[in-house]
Write a protein that binds this ligand. Structure first.
Ligand code: ADP
Ligand code: MG
Length: 923
């Protein structure tokens, strides 16, 4: 067996190569030109001239380009002649016997690709084929030389046809359709083709579909679905492409399923033929294998998302789909063309077979002769094989012959068919197209991916923006808060500084005013500030004063005497007419005597004072720890010290209580002692009464018994300040009761208290007096009278003491008074500005609003707030500098109620609000 490579059968490459005539020429072309055939193909040198050399030499053909875009852009059309191989079947048993005495009618020269058909014993015709396969040629070799190139073309996207033509029994089915179940080497072209296809395609991207049909008496039957027994041929009007849309198309994934399909098809073919009472050799069998390959699609696969994102959609070339169709045709036996003498059905059948096969012959003849008309439409066979002959298909024909000389005619006819077929030129065209569907699918997926990615990024972006926004807002609000706090602090500080400096300036201004106004007074007060002179100093001072007075009196007496003398002298010359002068002198005398009387009275007072001071000095020496700063007025003198004094004098060692004493002696008796001539008795009596008055239970009794009048009487007397201090304390205690307050007022108490206030220097006396007046200040009914009788002035006068106890009582009195006024203003019974302001209390109030003694400060703050509640006072308060104090109270006061009151007052008064706005102060 010659082992030629299959490529010698097909010498063209599919694309771009030029078909060259076989190089294995018979003889040497350069020396044996005369033997060249009419196409210039060399004839064998040993061939006789007479013997016909039946060889169709392939015309040299160049690549012809098809119009671009016919199938796939720029696909080239390549000329491809129909290749024809001849296969000789070995002698079968019958032939071995029947033809034993006869020589074979054919003689093969495979290495020369020639076949000699014996005409007679001495003559034969020689034919040249593309391949000559002897009876020993293996199925594998037959596949490789006949079908493999076609299969390769199909895999590359061309249509391909492998067809077997020959007399029944010569091995067409053997060559094409053997399944090789027992012996794999016996597998025919169909099985091997599919094997080749499966090993060359990608299971992922490529598909293989199969249809299996039979054409019998111009009827197409589906061998994969016997019920489908009349399939029509559909021709595309535009392209002329022929298809069988009614045929079953089965997609197969592997060789095994294909073999199964073939087996089913064969079984159906057998069944169909049995039914029709015919043989398989009388029908044409078509195996149609569609190979759909995504060629460039693999190259363009989107391997990763990175490719997409980096290259974008520019990478999206449509994948190219190559659709190669392999048609394997097992034709009906060709002998029927010649032996159509049968009758009846057989005749019809023969006609049909004849029709198809002779139509095929005619077409091939026409194509071989380059005839203008090719009668393709004459039969279904030729219509189905339109693409295989003279079309775009790569076509390979194997003609099968038997060796028997008895069938020489059929053999010759088969050979002639093959020879003519060799002349048929096809234009191979690659069947490729852009896979827009797949591209669109891919693009859709890609769009979905990109959309999802985009959404993800957008979401991430939005989240990020949101995060940054929140962060920024947080930072802004933090900064704003910090800023606002800092601003508030700064503003507060500035306002406080501002207030402080204005206040200082005002204070300075007021100080200056005061300085200018009363230089001499300051001197006096300085002297007073020097502190309490000691008892002895005072005594000597008073002695001096007394001496002075005595001297003055003496001087006055002297002057009177002188004046009397002068009068007497002057009377002598002018006695008669000097009545007017006498009257004047008498008047002067009276005046002088009155003055003397006054002076004498003063001397008496001074003597009393002296004796009192002497007594006090001795008491101070004997009781240095005596309390003088008791909280209540009970503490005028302690009860114990009073008792001590009293009972020391009694010298009986008993110590009965004050109440015992008062029970023992009787209230009236004690009160009568207040008017005793003995100053000592009076002092003791007033102390007892004061102590009694400190107890609420006794107050009524004291008043009823006329104690109040007696006490007031004591205030009226100038004789002794101790008595007045104690008496004032008692009055103060009694003045805690509203009824008593009115009584005190009715009896001219306020005048007496005012007098005492102006006379007294002892802070404790002042404290008692101030306390009494302060109590009276808390009575709503007494306001006007209190003021008109000098109560307020008296209070203010007492501040000269500067003793905190006195100041505290003064402040209390002012606060009480202011409270009553504000109440009256609210009730509408009081109009006009405050009497306190009228009486000049404001400067002291403002000065002491921030007194370091909390009790004083508290009273003054309250007084200010009450004054400020009455709008009519606002202007005075502002001009008096009280506004600053109110602002301070509204901010700093430790008592919440006072602070709130100040705030409320400041914000409710239009005058204050305007002033605060003017001063740019916020409350
Ligand atoms: P056809 O299909 O042309 O009518 P078949 O393929 O049915 O002929 O072959 C007829 C007989 O010849 C079958 O029994 C087959 O096995 C046998 N045969 C055909 N070709 C060969 C061959 N090359 N070698 C051996 N046996 C063959
Ligand atoms: Mg057959």
């Amino acid at each position: 067996m010659s082992g030629r490579p299959f490529s010698s059968f097909y010498t063209t490459r599919l694309v771009g190569e030029i078909f060259m005539p076989p190089t294995r020429a018979v003889g040497d072309p350069s020396t044996d030109n005369q033997h060249k055939g009419r196409n210039g193909f060399p004839r064998g040198p040993n061939l006789r001239n007479s013997s016909s050399f039946k060889s169709k030499l392939p015309p040299s053909s160049a690549v012809r380009r098809s119009s671009p875009g016919a199938l796939g852009a720029g696909a080239d059309a390549v000329s491809g002649r129909v290749r024809v191989a001849v296969r000789l079947r070995p002698q079968n048993a019958e032939e071995l016997e029947a033809d034993a005495d006869f020589a074979d009618c054919v003689e093969l020269q495979p290495e020369l690709k020639r076949l000699k058909l014996r005409k007679n014993n001495w003559d034969s015709d020689t034919y040249e084929f593309d391949e000559v396969l002897t009876e020993y040629a293996s199925q594998k070799r037959v596949y490789e030389v006949v079908a493999k190139p076609v299969v390769e073309s199909v895999l590359e996207g061309y249509n391909g046809t492998v067809m077997a033509y020959g007399q029944t029994g010569t091995g067409k089915t053997y060559t094409l359709g053997r399944l090789g179940d027992e012996d794999t080497s016996a597998r025919g072209i169909m099985v091997r083709s599919l094997e080749d296809i499966f090993s060359n395609i990608s299971q992922e991207t490529d598909t293989v579909t199969v249809s299996y049909l039979q054409l019998y008496m111009e009827t197409i039957q589906d061998l994969l679905n016997p019920a489908n027994d009349n399939i029509s041929i559909v021709e595309d009007q535009k392209t002329g492409d022929v298809s069988l849309p009614g045929a079953t198309v089965v997609e197969i994934r592997d060789q095994q399923s294909f073999v199964e399909l073939l087996r089913i098809g064969e079984a159906h073919r057998f069944a169909a033929n049995t039914k029709l009472n015919t043989e398989s050799s009388r029908s044409h069998a078509f195996l149609m294998v569609q190979v759909r390959r995504s060629v460039l699609g693999r190259e363009n696969d989107f391997t990763s998302e990175h490719d997409v994102s980096s290259n974008g959609v520019n990478n999206f070339k449509p994948p190219i789909i190559r659709k190669g169709k392999l048609v394997v045709v097992d034709l009906a036996g060709s002998e029927r063309i010649h032996k159509s003498g049968s009758e009846g059905h057989m005749l019809e059948e023969a006609k049909s077979i004849n029709l198809s096969l002779s139509a095929l012959g005619k077409c091939i003849n026409a194509l071989a002769e380059n005839s203008a008309h090719v009668p393709v439409r004459d039969s279904k066979l030729t219509r189905l094989l339109k693409d295989s002959f003279g079309g775009t298909s790569r076509t390979s024909l194997v003609i099968t012959i038997g060796p028997s000389p008895r069938h020489r005619a059929e053999t010759a006819s088969t050979i002639l068919f093959g020879q003519r077929a060799m002349k048929v030129e096809n234009m191979l065209k690659i069947k490729e197209e852009f896979d827009y569907k797949s591209l669109s699918k891919r693009l859709e997926i890609q769009i979905e991916k990109l959309t999802a990615e985009n959404e993800r990024l957008q979401k991430a972006c939005e989240d990020e923006v949101e995060r940054i926004k929140l962060e920024a807002q947080k930072q802004i609000s933090e900064a704003e808060r910090d800023c606002a706090e800092a601003l508030k602090e700064e503003k507060m500080k500035c306002q406080m500084d501002y207030m402080e400096s204005i206040k200082q300036l005002e204070e300075k201004w007021m100080l200056n005013q005061t300085k200018h106004a009363s230089n001499g007074f300051i001197g006096t007060s300085h002297a007073a500030e020097g502190g309490m002179p000691s008892g002895n100093d005072e005594v000597s001072e008073l002695k001096k004063l007394l001496q002075n007075e005595v001297q003055q009196r003496k001087a006055a007496e002297l002057e009177i005497k002188n004046l009397k003398d002068c009068l007497l002298k002057s009377m002598k010359p002018e006695l008669a007419g000097g009545n007017a002068d006498i009257f004047n002198l008498q008047k002067m005398l009276e005046e002088e005597s009155q003055q003397r009387k006054k002076l004498e009275e003063e001397v008496i007072v001074l003597r009393h004072q002296l004796s009192q001071l002497t007594l006090e000095a001795s008491q101070t020496t004997s009781c240095p720890d005596r309390s003088r700063t008791g909280n209540g007025f009970v503490g005028l003198d302690s009860v114990s010290s009073l008792r001590h004094l009293q009972f020391k004098d009694a010298s009986d060692g008993e110590r009965p209580s004050i109440s015992n004493l008062h029970e023992k002696v009787g209230l009236h008796k004690i009160l009568s002692l207040l008017e005793s001539d003995d100053p000592n008795v009076r002092i003791h009596a007033v102390k007892v009464v004061a102590n009694l008055a400190a107890e609420e239970a006794n107050q009524e009794k004291i008043v009823e018994a006329g104690g109040l009048s007696s006490l007031l009487m004591l205030l009226r007397s100038y004789e002794d300040e101790t008595i007045r201090r104690i008496a004032a304390g008692a009055v103060a205690n009694l003045a805690m009761n509203e009824f008593n307050q009115e009584l005190i007022m009715a009896q001219g108490g306020i005048c007496l208290l005012a007098m005492t206030a102006s006379d007294a220097e002892d802070p404790q006396t002042l404290r008692m007096v101030a306390g009494a007046v302060a109590n009276l200040c808390g009575n709503d009914k007494l306001q006007t009278r209190l003021r008109s009788e000098g109560g307020i002035k008296a209070l203010l006068g007492m501040v000269r003491s500067r003793h905190p106890d006195v100041l505290s009582q003064v402040a209390r009195g002012i606060a009480n008074f202011a409270k009553c006024e504000s109440r009256a203003a609210t009730q509408g019974t009081k109009h006009g500005r405050s009497l306190l302001i009228e009486d000049g209390a404001l400067p002291w109030i403002v000065q002491n609003a921030n007194n370091e003694a909390s009790l004083i400060r508290r009273h003054v703050e309250l007084a200010l707030c009450h004054l400020a509640q009455h709008e009519v006072n606002a202007k005075d308060l502002i001009s008096g500098g009280a506004l600053w104090e109110l602002v301070r109270i509204s901010r700093d006061c430790s008592r919440d109620d006072i602070r709130a009151l100040a705030c409320r007052t400041l914000t409710s008064s239009p005058t204050f609000v305007a002033e605060l706005r003017r001063l740019r102060i916020e409350v």
